[in-house]
Design a protein around this ligand. Sequence first.
Ligand code: AN0
Ligand code: CP
Length: 311
Amino acid sequence: MKKYTNINDIKNVTEIIKEALELKKNPFQYEELGKHKTLVMLFFNSSLRTRLSTEKAAKNLGMEVMVLNVNDAWNLEYEDGTVMSLDTAEHIKEACQVLSQYADIIAVRAFPDLKNKEKDESEFMLNSFLKHATVPVLSMESATAHPLQALADAITIEELKNKKKPKVVLSWAPHPKALPQAVPNSFVTMMQKLDINFSITHPKGYNLNPEITKNTRINHNQEEALKDADFVYVKNWSSYEKYGKILSEDTNWMMTKEKLGHAKFMHCLPVRRNFVVEDAVLDSNQSVVIQEARNRTYSAQVVLKKILENL
Ligand code: AN0
Ligand code: CP
């Protein structure tokens, strides 16, 4: 694997899930692979799981890890030809070339600002790293995708499914702050690649990018959509059409024990209790969010392994 910034960088989803589960059984079997190799992780935003699970994954493979909270470094310029007389002190061109001398793999977390759709969709930050870094790039959530999360979600479904073709529903939830579409985008793309019964439920106005949802079934009636579900993946996202806006804080869309039925509850975390999902769900044994977070280690580890093998 040359990079991992998108689900489509995976050649064979079924195989990579299998390989991740093998690593989970025996995490240290490739501890020589990453010897004398360094992962540099750059964070433009907060993180708990991604930061620690990716570091753990790299260390399981014998790698060295260096973490930089980019807000502690120089303010980066991304435009070409700018007269840098204002706030930006360093151009991404130099920064990437310098980082590539210290790192064998560069991992980046950079959320969108949700103000300018075209700018966010251009993935200018991630693409600048892809363009100017001379080592492989790993996305730890970009403006439009969170591929490590979606792989961990697929691993979790594979572990827990008790029928060949489970019913999986992505259910929108209310949230007090405007959140990106990155997590649902990657989840949808991943689910489309699995042999499952998949659908989405959200209030009107919350359609994701149609180039991502394609012909996936969308039902605006949550109760109807959740009927007989085996897995319910709950996530808020702000409007894609009225870009970055909160159109409805309709608390009726919060996930409850009653709505969940017999399904397993999934969420990428962090989650706001009693706004996105009620306590009774998170505190029940139907919630698999902790297992999902654990699988973040093995999704990162299988991807790092594939990148290391290709260095
Ligand atoms: C982020 C999001 O929704 O993209 C990160 C989730 C992994 N969530 C929040 O900012 C709460
Ligand atoms: N799920 C996830 O990516 O969590 P963090 O934002 O804590 O990394």
